[in-house]
Design a protein around this ligand. Structure first.
Ligand SMILES: C[S@@+](CC[C@H](N)C(=O)[O-])C[C@H]1O[C@@H](n2cnc3c(N)ncnc32)[C@H](O)[C@@H]1O
Length: 223
């Protein structure tokens, strides 16, 4: 077996025992694929990690940046109490339409709102509404804007909130300080912002698995 085949096999084993897809999440994946959406969402075990983090946070309000077909959204929203709310920001109207259908099938359309448009336009509008602070922010959109998304997350959260930033390793490309690639530059800027910001305490973890070699960063908002 090649290295990546081993990663796949281990992911499949963990997923089977710890985070299997049910009918709803499996249908979300199937319908997203049928609609031609790219397979760039989180894996089931990453979705379960997001859900556990939201539960540990006792999250009542969750913000997601980057919805795709709503797969991670479903994992996260299932951690909410009945009165909880999740807002997910998505650039593509087509992705948002698929996500809304998937969320309705999951029975989560009453708790989840998908807002269409560039997140950097949706975020100021959201802030103008003075929403209650978000307990968890999951950032998983265009990586070049990651530092801006971290800044917005800080404005929309409270002391103790958690910010999760996905895809921070990109096969190891994150260490290339001379990279001109937007995703690497954006991710490096976000990591360095988290490291230097007086109101953030963070770490980043490398992962291997069904989606290759990548990783995520976690940052806790301080007082
Ligand atoms: C990696 S996918 C999200 C995957 C999803 N979180 C999941 O795990 O199921 C990234 C999504 O961000 C969206 N996106 C890209 N640029 C964006 C922007 N400027 N504002 C909002 N969404 C954006 C893409 O259209 C895509 O659907």
């Amino acid at each position: 077996m090649s290295e990546s085949q081993v990663w796949d096999a281990v992911d499949a084993y963990f997923t089977e025992h710890l985070s299997p897809d049910d009918e709803v999440t499996a249908a979300a994946l199937r319908e997203s694929e049928a609609a031609g959406l790219p397979p760039i969402g989180v894996t089931a075990n990453q979705g379960k990690l997001l859900q556990l983090l939201a539960q540990v946070q006792g999250a009542r309000c969750i913000l997601e940046i980057g919805t795709l077909g709503g797969y991670s959204t479903i994992w996260l929203a299932r951690a909410l109490p009945p009165e909880g709310r999740l807002i997910s920001l998505e650039y593509s109207p087509r992705h948002a339409e698929v996500a809304r259908r998937n969320l309705a099938r999951a029975g989560l359309d009453g708790q989840v709102e998908v807002r269409v448009g560039p997140a950097l336009e949706s975020l100021p509008r959201l802030a103008d509404e003075n929403p209650p602070p978000f307990d968890l922010v999951f950032i998983d959109a265009d990586k070049g804007n990651n530092p801006h998304y971290v800044e917005w997350a800080l404005r929309l959260t409270r002391a103790g909130s958690l910010i999760v930033l996905d895809n921070v390793v990109r096969g190891g490309r994150v260490v290339d300080a001379d990279s001109t690639a937007e995703d690497v530059r954006g991710t490096r800027a976000a990591i360095e912002l988290i490291g230097s910001h007086p109101r953030l305490s963070g770490t980043a973890i490398q992962t291997v698995g069904g989606k290759g070699y990548d990783g995520f960063a976690l940052a806790r908002v301080l007082g």
